[in-house]
Design a protein around this ligand. Structure first.
Ligand SMILES: [Fe+2]
Ligand SMILES: [Fe+2]
Length: 164
């Protein structure tokens, strides 16, 4: 197996999230798993954007998607700091979580689920940062976390645009 993939890959996106949620601190394998979840965030938000009215709502969702890639880039730096070796982000072809669920509509429940997921995402990153002994890695985790809260705010704005 390529060394940019984790040894443990739970069956689906939600199982992977639940697995990471049980960890106080991210080891190398957990950071690699989180890279897969973050890079899958771009096609996921692109899928949501494809269901949104054109204009501000689409832009907000695509911005979130681009920032998920930036989160993966920060995790790449964290892995490289931790190992002292170059780390290449896996392609979407190699990513078992890359295919978004077959959503057909931006329902209030779906968007509320994303807001909650992003808020939890921030809490998770802050917890991992709290347990991370390397201050540089901890700061990368905190930056990702703060942006997850902004993602939730953008999704809440989309819900408002849709009149939810
Ligand atoms: Fe993210
Ligand atoms: Fe996010």
């Amino acid at each position: 197996m390529a060394n940019n993939l984790p040894d443990a890959m739970p069956a689906d996106f939600m199982a992977a999230l639940a697995h990471l949620d049980t960890k106080d601190r991210l080891g190398l394998d957990e950071m690699k798993l989180l890279v897969l979840l973050e890079t899958s965030g771009e096609p996921l938000y692109q899928k949501l954007a494809s269901l949104a009215p054109e204009g501000e709502a689409t832009e907000l969702l695509l911005t979130n998607g681009r920032e998920e890639i930036a989160h993966a880039q920060r995790l790449k730096r964290a892995i490289e700091i931790s190992t002292g070796e170059p780390f290449e982000l896996p392609s979407l072809d190699e990513n078992p979580y890359a295919e978004p669920p077959p959503f057909t509509e931006l329902t209030p429940e779906l968007l509320a689920g994303f807001v909650a997921g992003e808020t939890n995402g921030d809490a998770g990153y802050q917890k991992w940062a709290d347990h991370e002994p390397n201050p540089e890695i901890a700061e990368l985790l905190r930056q990702n976390g703060r942006e997850e809260t902004r993602h939730g705010e953008r999704v809440a704005r989309v819900a408002k645009i849709l009149g939810h």
